[in-house]
Design a protein around this ligand. Structure first.
Ligand code: SF4
Length: 279
């Protein structure tokens, strides 16, 4: 059979086939998010040698291992700390941090606010599925009201973090949110992040079908993903959503663009000026 040559995105070109089969549960939203990230990288023609993926612990953190590039699987909550050092030492690299809601907002919350404050050139993609999936389904900082988890067997009573508002308040250069349902829009948002000359924070509304979905009786994977429509724009599709995935309607797309000076470049200028003074 003659293979027709095409410029179309082929995800296998970016994956480490020797690590397959992958660990993701069937229908997990993280697989869709991975596809969107690699699609964005492909469209921007970022060379693999120039691409550095840093990920933490959790189902989100394990995605990095499958990407055929420079990948760093680091300690829980610390991907932004590792990426900070990398951005200062290797400004030639394109840095993509992959993290989850627990990794980024609980254990790594401190690193997130300082990464936003410094505005270092990197893109942080936080996959929000409302739960610590890999470690057994515990409550996370984004678990919404009344949801059942292994540590909230009577229903969650803690208020959930709005990660985008937190990133905006801490000074992130670009803040955006998208759902996995809209994969082309998610890919475009990640491209915006990767081309932004500062810190880009992107929240991806993902689904943990196996642990969170099953415990909360949210239905099959397609049902969970389609439910994102209702939470995103409840009126524009004319759908009646009887049990929205998120109780509040949330905005998607680029939410904030803030052209502040990028920290590593400012730091290098400062060092050069200081050296000239002492020469
Ligand atoms: S436990 Fe949840 S988040 Fe982890 S792979 Fe399975 S469905 Fe995805």
């Amino acid at each position: 059979m003659v293979k027709i040559k095409s410029d179309a995105f082929e995800i296998r070109d970016y994956l480490r086939a020797d690590l397959f089969p992958h660990f993701l549960c069937p229908g997990c939203g993280h697989g869709i998010a991975l596809r969107a990230m690699l699609w964005a990288i492909d469209e921007l023609k970022i060379e693999k040698d120039r691409l550095a993926i840093v990920s933490g612990i959790g189902c989100s953190g394990r995605l990095g291992a499958y990407i055929d590039a420079n990948t760093f699987h680091v300690t829980h909550g610390r991907p932004l700390a590792f990426a900070t050092g990398m951005a200062l030492a290797r400004p030639d690299l394109e840095i993509l941090v992959i993290t989850g809601d627990g990794d980024c907002l609980a254990i790594g919350g401190n690193h997130l606010i300082h990464a936003c404050r410094r505005n270092l050139k990197m893109t942080c993609v936080m996959l929000n599925n409302e739960v610590y999936g890999m470690t057994g389904g515990q409550v996370s900082p984004t678990t919404t009201d009344s949801r059942l988890t292994t540590t909230t067997p009577l229903g969650n009573t803690e208020p959930a973090f709005d990660a985008c508002k937190l990133a905006e308040a801490a000074g992130a250069g670009l803040v955006g949110r998208e759902v996995t349902l809209q994969t082309p829009s998610l890919k475009n948002l990640i491209k915006e992040g990767l081309t932004h000359p500062g810190f880009a924070f992107i929240e991806v509304i993902s689904d943990c079908t196996e642990i969170f979905g099953r415990k909360n009786e949210l239905g099959s994977s397609p049902e969970m993903i389609l439910r994102q429509k209702g939470a995103m724009r409840p009126d524009s599709y004319g759908n009646v959503v009887d049990r929205p995935f998120r109780p509040n309607v949330f905005e998607t797309g680029v939410l904030v663009r803030n052209d502040r000076p990028e920290y590593a470049a400012s730091y290098r200028r400062h060092v050069i000026a200081a050296r000239k003074q002492t020469a």
